[in-house]
Design a protein around this ligand. Sequence first.
Ligand code: ZN
Length: 156
Amino acid sequence: MRLSIIYKAQCSETDKFYIGSTYNLYNRKKVHKSKDNKAESRHLINPTYTILKEFYTINRKHKHELEQEYMDLNKSDDMVNKFRASGFDYEKRKLYMVQYHKEHQKERIERDNKNREKIRARNKIKGERKVNCPKCNKEMRYDSLSKHLKKKVPCV
Ligand SMILES: [Zn+2]
């Protein structure tokens, strides 16, 4: 048995909301905020979280069934959940998540590459900086210094 939380995340700027379930609301909030959030809740702006109910559940399926109950209870045009949490749509939802992940893989890779380029550029600038050897005072590039200090024949 695990304590499960059924929650409602409501957009601060529109009436749109998302019903979800989680074992850990704190972690779940972090996922909702992250750029890789695959759930339908990603369009909610700065959402407010309300705990609708806490249950002990026997497994994931059970948790999703309860989530579904609360989706049915709160059903409205403002609800952003596209898929049923349990039953037939559950498989569809999983497929949707996989598809979403695939479609956004390119964006994610590009973002990572851009970050890497930034770091590389920063290191290059650092490496090209001129420094003086602390021993012989010879001027050289920062990235040559460690090699210079390790030379078999010491500089001094
Ligand atoms: Zn030196």
